[in-house]
Design a protein around this ligand. Sequence first.
Ligand code: DX5
Ligand code: ZN
Length: 216
Amino acid sequence: MVDISTSLLSVKKEKIIDTVYKLEDANTNYFHIDVMDGEFVENDTHDIMLEYCEYLDNITKIPLDIHLMVKDVKNFVDSYLIFNPNIITFHYEACKNKEEVMNLINYIKEKGRRVGISVKPETDVKEILEFLPDLDLVLVMTVEPGFGGQKFMADCAEKIKVIKQHATQNLFIQVDGGINAETGKTCTKYGANSLVAGSYIYKAENIKEAISSLKH
Ligand code: DX5
Ligand code: ZN
């Protein structure tokens, strides 16, 4: 069974509450919070995502899945802990060395959160295999992190197969970027069990049907 984590990145402020209710009704499994710092990626979404998390905290019990596209990971982890996120994912490329990767994994776990590592398109997935036993999730980026609405990079999805070969049963293999009913199927066929989607859901006439088409 695949779960759907709906990205709130492209939702306008005036529509957020209404959209959250619609997504809840459409059975999204998670809300995917794309945090960008203006350094690791050009865009800066920190303030708006904090605001969205505050709304979510008040109006829904659907778990939060935080995707940190930031350089100073620890600082940002601390800012989002108050919302009790289910998952916090950071980028492998944001770390200076493997020791830092391990320290961050341990830090997030000590805070009682599930932890994920994300890899950008150009990163060789072999680099993170040694961390799999310590992780709850691996996030394979199928677009360059930074903004929504980009085209799915099929080559990157091949990484899912390698992770699947080395993963324990409980590992979440998540894919993010350009996911629609078709590209989502490619990913689940390769072994992904969690799909992040934004544009595909919002462009659809019927949000409920869009989410259900990703689940099947
Ligand atoms: C990109 C973000 C994604 C993105 C997903 O940097 O991590 O979560 O917003 O949006 P779509 O589904 O439009 O690619
Ligand atoms: Zn994301």
